[in-house]
Design a protein around this ligand. Structure first.
Ligand SMILES: NC(=O)c1ccc[n+]([C@@H]2O[C@H](COP(=O)([O-])OP(=O)(O)OC[C@H]3O[C@@H](n4cnc5c(N)ncnc54)[C@H](O)[C@@H]3O)[C@@H](O)[C@H]2O)c1
Ligand SMILES: [Zn+2]
Length: 355
């Protein structure tokens, strides 16, 4: 088992990563809480809830199972969970435990942040993508007008990542989460990128054990950035590498059509191409593209999407200040910066990228 402490302005908490941690989760969840309220989803519950409940034997435990999927990250489900907790008379000393992927983590975290003005919160991530979402303290839900529009910064008491849970993850979720891990490697260093690519060169190597071995390194990239810039003033924007076009493609395709990581994979290739033009230098774009191809990640804008519409979507990206295009650009693997990029350059590179 690997352990890392995260220290931010709002809190200090440990992250544990290792195989078969779930059955021993009681060790890392403080015993002094008045009750433990597990939030999970309909796919995860049958697989992992009994193990967690067993690990918390002797304590007061409740659970609430939401329907699996992004559609549950809404005000209605949020309100049902809160109502259920009130009816069960959970008090301020209670602890909310998120057992699931990013959807469960974001929702349960927002419940924990707001129930009686805040109760303890523990994250037990079960997807690869959640190596990203469970660290950093962002929690929240969607609004009919957009994703993640309601939320808070609310650090957990602990994050317990059992890498064995990745074994049951559907292949598409595995690939999508891997794109974020690849992103962390590209942000961090040429060494991390080369190590990850060498160990997981293609889809056949994308196993729970191989990926598990890199999880703490991926988490550390995010954790280090978040420790320095919790509220996204500067550095934290690097985590949006590949996300400007990625989000636009995701929105245009209709949320849920393309997995988030798939859209980000395309966005990263584009961000590298744009960086080459912006700085007038050469990057290993082709190498990364071939790697993603071998992993079965998309590397081109899906057919039917239009450059005009993508340009318009990118203009509304939250990083943009006063209607300018801002991108996380790369000077070399491991060296990024956030820059304002002239609209005509973005358009030219996008149009050639879409050809
Ligand atoms: N808070 C943050 O900083 C942050 C960062 C990135 C993403 N997010 C959020 O994370 C969410 C996406 O997270 P996700 O990709 O984990 O999605 P998810 O939670 O919907 O999980 C994906 C699917 O896998 C299933 N599943 C989960 N664990 C499983 C397992 N071990 N075995 C089998 N099936 C399993 C789930 O039921 C679901 O169907 C989005 O809502 C996104 O906004 C948050
Ligand atoms: Zn992302």
């Amino acid at each position: 088992m690997e352990k890392k402490m995260i220290r931010t302005q709002t809190g200090r908490y440990p992250i544990y990563v290792g195989r078969d941690l779930l059955g021993h989760a009681g060790q890392w969840i403080k015993p002094e809480h008045s009750g433990y309220y597990i939030v999970t989803d309909s796919h995860v519950a049958p697989k992992y809830l009994p193990v967690l409940e067993k690990a918390l034997e002797g304590r007061k435990v409740w659970h609430y199972t939401i329907p699996a999927g992004e559609a549950s990250k809404n005000l209605d489900v949020y309100s049902r969970v809160i109502t259920d907790m009130l009816e069960k008379k959970l008090d301020r000393q209670a602890c909310v435990i998120a057992l699931g992927g990013g959807v469960v983590g974001d929702l349960a975290g927002f419940v924990a942040a707001t129930y009686l003005r805040g109760v303890a919160f523990v994250q037990i991530p079960t997807t690869l993508l959640a190596h990203d979402s469970s660290v950093g303290g962002k929690v929240g839900i969607d609004h009919p007008l957009g994703k993640n529009l309601i939320g808070a910064f609310y650090p957990p008491e602990a994050v317990i990542f059992d890498t064995a849970a990745l074994e049951t993850l559907p292949p598409r979720e595995m690939k999508s989460g891997f794109a974020e891990l690849a992103k962390h490697s590209l942000i961090q260093s040429a060494t991390f990128y080369h190590d990850l690519k060498a160990s997981i060169p293609d889809l056949s190597a994308l196993s729970a054990d191989r990926v598990g071995a890199f999880l703490m390194r991926g988490i550390s990239v995010k954790a280090d950035i978040v420790e320095q810039d919790e509220r996204e003033q500067g550095l934290r924007t690097f985590l949006n590498f590949g996300h400007t076009l990625g989000h636009a493609i995701e929105k245009e395709a209709g949320f849920g059509t393309l997995a988030h990581g798939e859209a980000v994979a395309i966005g990263m290739i584009f961000a590298m191409k744009l960086s080459e033009e912006y700085y007038g230098l050469a990057l290993p774009v082709q190498e990364v593209r071939e790697w993603f191809d071998r992993l079965g990640l998309p590397t081109r804008v899906p057919d039917g999407q239009s450059a005009d519409r993508l340009m318009a979507q990118m203009k509304y990206d939250k990083k943009n200040k006063n209607g300018h295009y801002r991108f996380v650009l790369m000077q070399s693997v491991g060296h990024l910066s956030t820059n304002q990029v002239p609209e005509n350059l973005v358009r030219r590179v996008l149009e050639s990228f879409m050809r």
